[in-house]
Design a protein around this ligand. Structure first.
Ligand SMILES: Cc1cc2nc3c(=O)[nH]c(=O)nc-3n(C[C@H](O)[C@H](O)[C@H](O)COP(=O)(O)OP(=O)(O)OC[C@H]3O[C@@H](n4cnc5c(N)ncnc54)[C@H](O)[C@@H]3O)c2cc1C
Length: 347
């Protein structure tokens, strides 16, 4: 029986509030605590967590625990691990829910080992079935959905983004219970000197965008005039991203071209690749352009609710039931028109 649920979270990159994915995990934790009649605690890690704690003061959590101070502001395996360990023990947690951020995906498997518990990552939902907690995740690149339970406690679940509605109750004044953690010198050895992020990651990958825009190798292929037009392609795509705020994905063929020194879109890297050997982003809508829609690519569209595609070929993969709407048209022309309309609307 689960008595104590802990929602574990760290501050966002600006070190002020909670990232959206943490609020989604909190939404799931609060729902679960209600269904199980279990106590809910929130455990925060960060430099100064008061504002973040206030923002979730009315979430129904009985306790707000925190490990704070400048040493806990930056992500670092050793200090995050000790902080998370102290919070879990203070909350006597048997079920720990946490957002699947890069920071926690590194640290919480280590926490499970320290607590002699178990951890599961990439969880997409948590439910109560006949009084037992069941977690769901995908296997084999989102082709098989597994639902499972575990007896071992504590059980740590890292929830993927976009799978639960984010908690958005009114803020209040939180009474924080500070948990003291003394860091030994070996837990302070790593410090962050600065962040160097690939251009495409910072500028074009936007997980919270309403639309995913995917570019395929067709943008770099010879067009009806017998020539390729990479500059024009780049302008069309960047204009659309700027005007719409969409996130950018790429097909494997397109991102691989950069490795073969062919004419490519300069802002596209392997980080943008969507598919079986790429990512599986979550967005309400997706628009595929100049991309054939082959199965290994379409696997990455598993969580796009509404799919549209533009392709010159009426027999492309999208036409075989993989897109809700297929425009058989020239993507250069369509995106030019779309951008003009967006400019007009915004003016
Ligand atoms: C094990 C394995 C794993 C793979 N994993 C992935 C993966 O993770 N992600 C992925 O994307 N692929 C993956 N692939 C590759 C995949 O099978 C396809 O080869 C790839 O997705 C094709 O990319 P593309 O559609 O951009 O290019 P192409 O197949 O070259 O298609 C280009 C398309 O552009 C269209 N076109 C050209 N000009 C225009 C225009 N002006 N307007 C409109 N349309 C135009 C053409 O009609 C054509 O359909 C994998 C393959 C294997 C074997």
């Amino acid at each position: 029986m689960i008595k104590n649920i802990l929602l574990l979270a760290h501050l966002d990159e600006s070190n002020s509030g909670l990232p959206k994915i943490a609020l989604e995990a909190l939404g799931a934790a609060a729902e679960l605590a209600h269904q199980l009649n279990a106590a809910l605690s929130i455990g925060l890690i960060g430099g100064d967590v008061q504002a973040a704690a206030d923002s979730v003061a009315n979430s129904g959590a009985q306790r707000q625990l925190a490990v704070t101070g400048p040493e806990f502001a930056q992500p670092r395996f050793a200090s995050d691990l000790l902080a998370a360990d102290a919070l879990c023990r203070a909350a006597a947690a048997d079920l720990i829910l946490a957002p699947a951020t890069a920071r926690f995906l590194r640290v919480l498997p280590g926490l499970a080992h320290r607590l002699n518990g178990r951890v599961d990552t990439h969880i997409t939902s948590v439910q109560v079935v006949d009084g037992a907690v069941c977690a769901t995740r995908w296997f084999y690149r989102q082709r098989i959905e597994g639902v499972f339970q575990r007896d071992v406690r504590p059980w740590i679940l890292l929830l993927d983004s976009g799978c639960h509605e984010a908690y958005n109750g009114p803020s209040g004044k939180a009474a924080i219970e500070e948990i003291a953690v003394a860091l030994p010198p070996e837990a302070r050895r790593t410090t962050i000197a600065g962040i160097r992020a690939p251009k495409s990651d910072t500028q074009t990958i936007r997980p919270d965008a309403a639309v995913l825009f995917v570019a395929g190798a067709g943008w770099t292929k010879k067009q009806p005039d017998g020539k390729s037009h990479p500059d024009e392609a780049e302008a069309r795509i960047l204009d659309f991203l700027r005007l719409s705020g969409a996130s950018l994905g790429g097909s494997k063929s397109l991102v691989d071209l950069s490795g073969e020194n062919q004419a490519v879109l300069g802002f596209m890297t392997h980080l943008n690749q969507v598919g079986q050997t790429g990512s599986t982003p979550r967005h309400p809508k997706g628009l595929s352009t100049c991309c054939h829609g082959e199965e290994p690519h379409v696997v990455g569209w598993r969580f796009i609710n509404e799919r549209r595609a533009i392709n010159l070929d009426p027999n492309c993969g999208w036409a075989r039931g993989k897109a809700d709407v297929l425009y058989v048209a020239d993507a250069f022309e369509v995106m030019f028109k779309v951008n003009e309309l967006l400019k007009k609307t915004q003016a």
